[in-house]
Ligand binder design. Structure first.
Ligand SMILES: [Zn+2]
Length: 144
């Protein structure tokens, strides 16, 4: 867990919110190096699969291995993003919060992924504010 890398994910979430999108950010790091950070771009790009984690993996480009990477995300990953984490065998995931959306952390843990949930107040507040303001946009994001 690297505070600066997590902060990059939170900054991306904030920036997305300010741009009218979903306030969810993600960052991918290897060792002390930040490979990429990105935010959910579903509204901005009109792309239903552009969740923060997927946008971040795209931004980082091809990696020959994810064995030594850490994925940071401000919100518990959905089923699609959980699938991507398992697909690329990302061993460590640090999550800002799992209160506004609980995801399926059991699935990640069962697959041997090290999952840390920070219960970060800013992430909870930002997501809570967004869901209150744009309930339909949020429902669309999680396929409900
Ligand atoms: Zn997702």
């Amino acid at each position: 867990m690297n505070e600066h890398h997590f902060d990059a994910a939170v900054a991306a979430a904030r920036s997305s919110y300010q741009g009218g999108g979903l306030p969810i950010g993600s960052a991918l790091a290897r060792g002390g190096r930040l490979l990429a950070s990105a935010h959910n771009e579903r509204v901005q790009q009109g792309d239903p699969t552009a969740h923060a984690e997927i946008a971040c993996l795209r931004q980082a480009g091809r990696q020959s291995s994810y064995a030594d990477t850490v994925l940071y995300t401000t919100l518990a990953p959905c089923a699609m993003c959980t699938g991507a984490i398992l697909q690329f065998k990302i061993p460590t995931v640090v999550i800002g919060e799992a209160e506004t959306f609980e995801g399926d952390l059991a699935r990640l843990r069962q697959a041997g992924v090290e999952v840390t949930v920070l219960d970060n107040r800013e992430c909870i507040e930002l997501m809570g504010r967004f869901i209150g303001e744009q309930p339909q946009l949020w429902a669309e994001d999680i396929g409900e």
